[in-house]
Write a protein that binds this ligand. Sequence first.
Ligand SMILES: [Zn+2]
Length: 163
Amino acid sequence: MNDQNDKREEQEEVGLYEKLASRTADLLEEGKKTFDEALKKAKEELSSAGDFSREQADKLGEYVRRDLKENADKAKDAVIKAVEPQRVAVGVQSAFTRILTSAAETLTELAEKSEKALEFKTGEITSPGTLTCKECDAEMHMTKTTRIPPCPKCHKTVFRKSY
Ligand SMILES: [Zn+2]
């Protein structure tokens, strides 16, 4: 794969990730759905519309869930404060804000799945935040949704994330 193809594929995945997060938020706002149901429905809709392959939908769905969970952990005490628009990058974060404020059960639901520390790996798509290399502690500050590159310092591929 050459660099140009790689870049195009990254743009495409970032776009799909944001579309999926945003559609999940829409479905939650329409009501009567848990986060899991809304995410599942958003995946089905977008893959049957031909935007996603089923495999891509599952993969990006897991990325969205993980990033949202990270946001939810930070937001336990004050959801609105933690995700208020001026404190975070725009774009996908507004979808997270909508998800967190429209599903009362979302925080509990996600908290139950948060026992283990999450790893973020090179090649995965993630929302804005700071990634710290587990090998050398170098930090990368992401200001928009992006595909995770290797560590700029030691070229390792495993990170933890903070906001
Ligand atoms: Zn490193």
